[in-house]
Design a protein around this ligand. Sequence first.
Ligand SMILES: NC(=O)c1ccc[n+]([C@@H]2O[C@H](COP(=O)([O-])OP(=O)(O)OC[C@H]3O[C@@H](n4cnc5c(N)ncnc54)[C@H](OP(=O)(O)O)[C@@H]3O)[C@@H](O)[C@H]2O)c1
Length: 428
Amino acid sequence: MGTVRVGLIGLGTVGSGVVEIFSRHREQFRTRAGVDVELTRVCDRDEARFAALGLPAEACTADWRAIAEADDIDVVIELIGGTGIAREVVLAALAAGKSVVTANKALLASNGEEVMEAAAASGVDIMFEASVGGGIPIIGPLKHSLTGNEIASVYGIVNGTTNYMLTRMADDGLDYATALAEAQAKGFAEADPTADVDGLDAAAKIAILASIAFNSRVIFPQVPAEGIRDITPADIEYAAEMGYSIKLLAIARRVSGGIDVRVHPTMIPTSHPLASVNGVYNAIYVVGDAVGETMFFGEGAGSLPAASAVAGDVIEVARHIGSGSLGATGCTCTEHLRVREIGELETSYYIRMLVADRPGVLATTAKVFGDHGVSLASVIQKAASSDAAELVYVTHRACEAEVRAALAEFDALEVVREVAAVIRVQEL
Ligand SMILES: NC(=O)c1ccc[n+]([C@@H]2O[C@H](COP(=O)([O-])OP(=O)(O)OC[C@H]3O[C@@H](n4cnc5c(N)ncnc54)[C@H](OP(=O)(O)O)[C@@H]3O)[C@@H](O)[C@H]2O)c1
């Protein structure tokens, strides 16, 4: 059994978890997985982290090139994050003939093709299980266990921060600002929560999952993303009355003429398994033509869960080194499917508006929908104040472009005070 020499760059949340797993389980890797993996060198720009993690000084460096370009390293783990230095690290390591394991969704979702091509050119592996769903195995299953399927759809709750906030809003009536402040106080949300609450983190993740599920490259800018900033307890209550839960859903579906990929708050039936995924947990629900429905559930973030996925990747690379099969599983994007524009989407919509409380308003608003071919499945009317009423419409399946055109008309109608919420409804 030869020893596979690993270099780790970035000793933050995930990197420190990887150090812990390697020191705890090296013997188990030998006996159970048949590979001897040595954490040969580590790098961080904050040198105080070395002593804090009990790492020997001779194995530590602040210079990432001393790992990415070193002769005595076989596998490089990149855990810096982002698309700047991390991209340089990954490309330098691949060019130097080292396999790379990374958790970097931002890099994969925007520079995936470049990275895959660099790995193929050097005949080495690039693995990234931790980039989506943290500790949940999803990339491996999509690439391997489910290859006997044509995948029809992937629906994911892939951002724990927003799922925690929506759960608190639904269970305890918190408003958005209070839920965010609580998530920040508990360390679930960053000081700048933009990437989470605006759906950008989830968009990067579904770009990666869609690329693998449909064998066709989807990049981050192609994914329309809307976040949860405008979700209110009132909408969550209406949803519950109608038998729905609101989740920030990352969606990828095979549709006629291409694929439909998007992220937005979505009403899903409370009876669906995804509706009971609460708190910081993540889940990815995959439908294949042979396997039917499957759901992968677990901790989508955190030091040890993400490190668990990184360690699994490192062991697989070590096995490939042992069997001489490095680089055999490269880029799987062999097709070029069109990513549909959001305006082409057909789904149902929940629309809540405040209107003047006068006779004929219901008919006026219904006519606008009718003029755009949007048919209505239900309407609830409640008094909002002495002179205003709240109308809650749910449409049948309608074209997004037509719904948007109707909403633009409402803006110009004197009787419509405000379109307070528009949330897509997904029957799964
Ligand atoms: N955290 C999670 O739960 C989680 C889950 C799944 C995937 N991921 C992904 O895993 C990656 C790492 O995330 P993380 O949460 O561990 O980040 P993190 O805690 O910020 O750790 C990154 C570490 O890299 C260091 N670093 C930055 N630039 C460097 C450079 N040029 N040279 C050497 N070290 C450098 C940072 O130092 P400074 O602190 O001085 O910047 C920090 O110690 C990201 O791609 C993230 O998206 C994270």
